[in-house]
Design a binder for this molecule. Structure first.
Ligand code: MRU
Length: 365
């Protein structure tokens, strides 16, 4: 599954290796940048089965809500291809296989709604072509996955353009986790806003929380931003409040994994604490996310499933155990920030600002 790769396959915006791509035609495979190896190694994983994609999502080789969704879409295509190869004539049997693989891949991680959203699109594409036979149904699934990938590039670019004016010369901008090109097909969400402001000539400084336990901020956000020439400082998560109190942060922008109908937002653990700190210091707190991250079936954030991850992620730092053996470990991967703490949500359709009110319904109208 692991294949050494080159960093030459450029990301559309920032000269980064591609987060993910489908390589080849109908007999092709999904190539993922293995984010567990960054920033030290640029290595790609070539996935040829739904099981390999499922495992890559679970171990965070691919991560970030939109990227998980896209990987999941191609993962369903790979699983469905095995059903096609078993029997090219029985479309009902094929669709049963599609259902099975959709449930399997869609369940790889619970919080980012983009995963089930993208898997649903691909499954529906197969059903829409059922009358044309198994091969046509499978081709429609791959076409849909490719379309979702291409659309994500443009959606993220639009998010950047809709948020860029929030960043002004001289600002300190704080972000958490990685909501950048590495978390999407290209550009990112929160970081897309920064790339757009940078491209417009604005000078600002980004503060990236390191984001324990898996250090997406230190490893991935700092990797992306420094590659793009945006001045970046990494801080430990527990330093954000003090940094704010020193007047060094004028804006916070984060990504999202699932946004309920009222604007309550699940994002990487630690986001909620940042929002409370931002409120206390009078600093605007923005979420940047595509519409595929909204789950309007949930009236508020209480229904958002929060992934609990293994204790080893907290116990280990740099390969050594740092937690006393007798202690238990708490490791929720996400938290929920109430809409009341969010100044606005930046989407590809514009900003929802304020979040409370009819704004969310309007971006779906
Ligand atoms: O556990 P991860 O690394 O998948 O968590 C990612 C995040 O929380 C991101 O902030 C979120 O998915 C937004 S990505 C554009």
């Amino acid at each position: 599954m692991t294949s050494p790769g080159s960093a030459s396959a450029g990301n559309a915006t920032v000269g980064l290796p591609k987060t993910l791509e489908w390589v080849g035609g109908d007999d092709g495979f999904l190539r993922l940048l293995d984010q567990t190896r960054l920033p030290r190694d640029v290595v790609f994983l070539d996935c040829r089965s739904a099981e390999q994609v499922h495992a890559a999502i679970q171990r965070l080789s691919v991560r970030g809500a939109p990227a998980i969704g896209l990987a999941g879409a191609f993962g369903v295509c790979l699983g469905a291809r095995e059903w096609l190869e078993r029997d090219r004539r029985d479309v009902e049997r094929f669709l049963k296989g599609v259902d099975e693989v959709s449930d399997y891949v869609g369940g790889a991680r619970p919080t980012a709604v983009n995963l089930v959203w993208a898997v649903r699109q691909v499954r529906e594409a197969a059903y829409a072509r059922r009358d044309a036979g198994v091969e046509a149904a499978w081709k429609a699934m791959l076409e849909t996955s490719r379309r979702l990938l291409a659309e994500d590039v443009e959606i993220c670019r639009q998010i950047g353009l809709h948020g860029a004016d929030l960043i002004r010369d001289g600002m300190g901008v704080l972000t958490h986790c990685n909501a950048g090109a590495l978390a999407t097909a290209a550009h990112g969400t929160a970081l897309s806003v920064m790339y757009a402001a940078h491209a417009a000539g604005r000078r600002f400084h980004v503060y990236a929380d390191e984001t324990r336990p898996l250090l997406q901020g230190a490893r991935l956000t700092a990797f992306e931003l420094t590659a793009s020439g945006i001045p970046t400082t990494v801080l430990c998560d527990n330093m954000a409040g003090w940094l704010m109190s020193q007047g060094r942060v004028q804006l916070v922008i984060v990504g999202a994994d699932r946004i309920a109908a009222n604007g309550d937002t699940a994002n990487k653990i630690g986001t909620y604490g940042l929002a409370v700190l931002a409120k206390h210091h009078g600093i605007p707190f923005y979420v940047a996310a595509p519409r595929s991250t909204f789950d309007r079936s949930l009236s508020d954030g209480r229904g958002i499933p929060i992934e609990q991850r293994g204790a080893h992620e907290v116990r280990g730092v740099g390969g050594s155990e740092v937690v006393a053996a007798g202690a238990e470990v708490y490791n929720p991967a996400f938290d929920v920030t109430p809409a009341s703490l969010i100044s606005g949500i930046i989407t590809e359709r514009g900003r929802v600002e304020p979040v409370t009110g009819g704004g969310i319904a309007q971006i779906f109208a």
